[in-house]
Design a binder for this molecule. Sequence first.
Ligand SMILES: [Zn+2]
Ligand SMILES: [Zn+2]
Length: 65
Amino acid sequence: MAQIHEHDAMICRACGREERASEGYPCTTCGTFICLICTFQGVTQCAKCRGEPIPTPPMPPATNA
Ligand SMILES: [Zn+2]
Ligand SMILES: [Zn+2]
C-alpha cells in the first residue's frame, strides 16, 4: 500500500525554519526558498545574499522513539 503524502516542506534560507514550499517565495537574488513568515516581515533575500549566516531554528523537543 503506497500512501501518497505530499511533503513539500523546505528549509527557509532566511530564518532556517522548515516551512511549506508552496507558501513561500524565492529569494530575489538567488531564487532559493524564503518562507511566508519571512516574506511578511519584509525579507526578500536569503541570509546568504544578505551576507548573514543562516540562523538555526529552535530545536524541537527530543523524541526518544
Ligand atoms: Zn523564513
Ligand atoms: Zn539568496
